[in-house]
Design a protein around this ligand. Structure first.
Ligand code: CAA
Length: 379
């Protein structure tokens, strides 16, 4: 067993770390306060090769794996959760093409993302179908060689900024998961209306939208996989996208620990730094062990993805464990900072707000427990 990273991985991690510390962290609070999407910064991430980690070398990509993607996600999330979500969600949105696209489709849709800065959004959730993917309602009706899409998507990350969407629709609502289909849809297709931007509690730099599809015509050549295969495409996508989410959570928790340790060494109470008191020491120790365990489980799940092993259970365990740990660690960091932690002058309240979303998106942690339990019980 070898826990060390390769020279290439260390170099990638260093690039992401420098970007996060020098360019993301200093502006994170401002973008968060203004709820503004940092387009130029995301473009810089693309220039540095930190976007599109899922694009293979045959399509012009860097041929990175899931462990590599996790190294990038952890570092950027250390700098800002919202900005990291904008980066990681782009890879999530490309994954259905990687999972189910034909050679021609991969060449047509993946390669341009390497040649120029394009953003992609993953359109799965709907107003009445977040956890229940098989219950989604956006209808795809066959019309000659085309499909016509009608319906609404919600909570779509990068929705107002994307050039391309990967969209999940149903051919037959009564067929539940067997009726689903996945498509690649250019964002400027007639009939797509970008709806309201969500005013969120945290991760406010990321762009989260409602999208309306009104008679959007999509050629059959843009269908990913066969009719009725959309559910499998969505699940396989989420199996590979959850480790980077766990890595993001680990990055946020690490930032919370770094901030809390620094504060505990400086802040004086009863004539000593507060870090000299066991009450604070135990909080920091619990944060540190939770973070290490998150990182190990995250890297193991990513390694399984890279090995082509069935990874659902481990991806769900990593996502659930790391995001619960991030929620606890960021809340604990606010506690260590006391009254100061509850103000916007210090960075930890943002970490706590940002961490909350990690337990909700990419499948709530209740859904992750369901996936794990079903595999344990053979359901
Ligand atoms: N891989 C391949 N096939 C799978 C699979 C997987 N991981 N999981 C299930 N399947 C297959 C099953 O074997 C079953 O096959 P059969 O047709 O042969 O029976 C079929 O798919 C149906 O499976 P289930 O009975 O398990 O389906 P279900 O309706 O009970 O739902 C679920 C399963 C796990 C709850 C699923 O709906 C789910 O993952 N929900 C969460 C959705 C989610 O994560 N959304 C995130 C949105 S993206 C986002 O948040 C990103 C962002 O903004 C940044």
């Amino acid at each position: 067993m070898d826990f060390s990273l390769s020279d290439e991985q260390l170099a990638l991690q260093e690039t992401a770390r420098r970007f996060a510390r020098e360019e993301v962290a200093p502006v994170a609070a401002d973008y968060d306060r203004r709820a503004e999407f940092p387009r130029a910064l995301i473009e810089k991430a693309w220039e540095l090769g930190l976007l599109n980690t899922v694009i293979g070398e045959s399509y012009g990509g860097l041929g990175l794996g899931s462990v590599d993607a996790c190294l990038v996600a952890e570092e950027i999330a250390w700098g800002c959760g919202g900005i990291a979500t904008s980066v990681v969600a782009n890879d999530l949105a490309l994954t259905p093409i990687v999972v189910a696209g034909s050679e021609d489709q991969k060449r047509e849709w993946l390669s341009p993302c390497v040649d120029r800065f394009l953003l992609v959004a993953f359109c799965l959730s709907e107003p009445a179908a977040g956890s229940d993917v098989a219950g989604l309602q956006l209808l795809a009706e066959k019309d000659g060689d085309d499909y016509v899409l009608n319906g609404t998507k919600s909570w779509i990350t990068n929705g107002g900024e994307a050039d391309l969407f990967t969209v999940f629709a149903t051919l037959d609502r009564s067929a539940r998961h067997r009726g689903l289909c996945a498509f690649v849809v250019p964002a400027d297709s007639p009939g797509i209306e970008v709806g309201k931007k969500e005013d969120k509690m945290g991760q406010r730099a990321s762009d989260t939208r409602v999208l309306h599809f009104d008679g959007v015509r999509v050629p059959a050549a843009q269908r990913l996989g066969g009719e009725g295969e959309g559910f499998r495409v969505a699940m396989q996508t989420l199996d590979t996208s959850r480790p980077p989410i766990a890595a993001m959570a680990t990055g946020m928790a690490q930032r919370a620990l770094d901030e809390a340790v620094g504060y505990a060494q400086e802040r004086q109470a009863f004539g000593s730094p507060i870090g000299s008191f066991q009450g604070v020491q135990f909080i920091l120790a619990d944060m540190a062990k939770g973070i290490e365990a998150s990182r190990l489980l995250t890297h193991q799940s990513a390694w399984m993805v890279d090995q082509g092993q069935p990874a659902s259970k481990y991806s769900s365990m990593a996502k659930c464990f790391a995001t619960d740990t991030a929620m606890q660690a960021t809340t604990d960091a606010v506690q260590v900072f006391g009254g100061n932690g509850y103000t916007m002058e210090y960075p930890v309240e943002k970490l706590m707000r940002d961490a909350k979303l990690m337990q909700i998106y990419e499948g709530t942690n209740q859904i992750q427990r369901m996936v794990i339990a079903r595999q344990l019980l053979g359901g």
